[in-house]
Design a protein around this ligand. Structure first.
Ligand SMILES: Nc1ncnc2c1ncn2[C@@H]1O[C@H](COP(=O)(O)OP(=O)(O)OP(=O)(O)O)[C@@H](O)[C@H]1O
Ligand SMILES: [Mg+2]
Length: 357
C-alpha cells in the first residue's frame, strides 16, 4: 500500500537543553530555577526524534511503500495533493488541547484513512479531566480530582492530601516533576502556580494513589483487541529519597540510554486475579473512550489495592531502542512481537477497520 507516515520531529534546541540537564541536581529539594530549566527542556518532549521517525518508516517499508509528511503548516496541502491510501499517524500536533486531533481532523476532512483514534477521542484523552469525567460516569475507578485555573480557585479539596498536581493536557511527563506530589497547602499553591504560569493551562489536582503502578499496551480493535503483557513501573529503581512517581526527571533525566534505570518489570509480577482485574478495566476504558488500533493506559492501585485509571495515551510513545525504556515496544517484545511487527499490526488493524484488506 501507499502509506504516508505523518509525524512531528523534535527540534535541535530541545536536544541541547536535555543534554545540558544535570541528572543529580533534581532531587526532592528541586528549586524553582531548576524546575524552569527542566520546563524549558520539556517543550518538545512529546515529539519524536528523527531516528524514531526513520525507524518507523523502515519498519512499515518492509511491507509498504512509505512517504514522510511532516505535521507542519503545509500538512493539509501535502496530504491533499499526495492522497496516500492510508496515513500512519504519530503526529502529536502543534498547539492547544486539540493538538493531537489536528492531523486526524484534516484526514477526516480529506476522507483519507489513518491509524489510531479519531479527533474526538484524541482530544478527550489529552484533556485528562474530560476523560476522567467519562470514566466516572461509567463507574470506572479514577482518582478524585479538581481542575483549577488560578490560585484563587483552590478551595478545600474533596479529598485529602497528598495530592498530585499536573498540567491538564500534557503528556510525556511534561510539567510532572518530583515536586508535583504535594503534602501541604503551600506546596499545592506553589505547584499550581508553576503549572498555570509555565504551561499556560489549568492544573489538574488529583488524589494521590499510593499503590503499585502499571501501564498497559492495548493493540487492535473489538474482538481482535489484545492486552499485551502488563508493565510495572518500579519506583525502587529511582534515586534514593525521591517520590514514587514516574516524573519528568525519572523519564528523561535519571534514565539515560547510556545508563538505563531498571524501571520496568514486564510481565509484571502480579497474581491472576489482579492481572484480570487490570486487563478488564483497561479493556472497558479502551472501548468506552472509543480508542482505535492501539493505546497505552496508565493504571495505579489505590490504598485498597484496587486498580484506577490514571490516563489514556491513544498515541503511545514508541522509542525503538530497548535501552530507551519505552513501554509499548517493551510490552510488544515481551509478547513476542518485534518493533516492526508491532507497527505493522497497528496498520493492519486500521486497514481492517476501513475494510482496506
Ligand atoms: N493521581 C495520581 N496518583 C499517583 N501517582 C500519580 C497520579 N497521577 C500521576 N501520577 C504519577 O505521575 C506520573 C505521570 O502522570 P501522567 O501519566 O498523568 O502524566 P503524563 O505526562 O500524561 O504521562 P505519559 O508520559 O504516560 O504521557 C504517573 O505515571 C504516576 O507515576
Ligand atoms: Mg502517563
Amino acid at each position: 500500500m501507499d502509506v504516508a507516515l505523518v509525524y512531528n520531529v523534535k527540534k535541535e534546541e530541545n536536544s541541547t537543553a536535555e543534554n545540558d540537564s544535570q541528572p543529580s541536581s533534581l532531587t526532592q529539594t528541586t528549586t524553582h530555577t531548576q524546575i524552569q530549566l527542566a520546563t524549558g527542556a520539556d517543550t518538545y518532549a512529546e515529539w519524536d526524534t528523527i531516528e524514531t521517525i526513520h525507524t518507523v518508516r523502515n519498519a512499515l517499508s518492509l511491507r509498504h511503500s512509505v512517504s514522510l509528511i511532516e505535521a507542519d503548516n503545509n500538512a493539509f496541502e501535502n496530504l491533499k495533493s499526495s492522497r496516500p491510501e492510508i496515513v500512519f499517524n504519530i503526529a502529536e500536533g502543534r498547539f492547544g488541547v486539540s493538538r493531537e486531533a489536528q492531523i486526524p481532523a484534516i484526514l477526516d476532512m480529506l476522507n483519507i484513512p489513518y491509524t489510531g483514534s479519531d479527533p474526538l477521542t484524541l482530544g478527550i484523552c489529552l484533556d485528562k479531566s474530560r476523560a476522567k469525567e467519562i470514566l466516572s460516569y461509567y463507574g470506572i475507578p479514577t482518582p478524585k480530582f479538581v481542575v483549577v485555573s488560578s490560585l484563587s480557585e483552590i478551595q478545600s479539596l474533596n479529598f485529602s492530601t497528598p495530592a498530585m498536581v499536573k498540567p491538564l493536557f500534557e503528556g510525556s511527563s511534561k510539567g510532572i516533576f518530583n515536586s508535583s506530589l504535594v503534602h501541604t497547602d503551600a506546596e499545592l499553591k506553589k505547584q499550581v502556580q508553576l503549572v498555570v504560569e509555565q504551561y499556560g493551562e489549568p492544573a489538574l489536582v488529583e488524589e494521590f494513589l499510593p499503590g503499585r503502578e502499571f501501564t498497559v499496551a492495548m493493540l487492535g480493535n473489538s474482538d481482535d483487541l489484545k492486552v499485551l503483557p502488563i508493565v510495572e513501573i518500579k519506583f525502587d529503581s529511582l534515586p534514593t529519597g525521591v517520590n514514587p512517581i514516574y516524573s519528568y526527571e525519572a523519564k528523561w533525566i535519571w534514565d539515560q540510554s547510556s545508563n538505563p534505570l531498571e524501571i520496568f518489570d514486564c510481565p509484571a509480577k502480579i497474581d491472576n486475579s489482579l492481572q484480570s482485574e487490570i486487563a478488564q478495566i483497561c479493556t472497558k476504558t479502551y472501548n468506552l473512550l472509543r480508542c482505535k488500533d492501539w493505546s497505552r493506559i496508565d493504571v495505579r492501585l489505590d490504598k485498597n489495592g484496587r486498580p484506577n485509571i490514571i490516563e489514556i495515551n491513544p498515541l503511545p510513545g514508541i522509542l525503538p531502542n530497548p535501552e530507551d525504556n519505552s513501554c509499548f515496544p517493551k510490552a510488544a517484545r515481551m509478547a513476542g512481537i518485534s518493533y516492526e511487527q508491532m507497527l505493522n499490526a497497528v496498520l493492519d488493524a486500521a486497514c481492517k477497520r476501513y475494510e482496506l484488506m
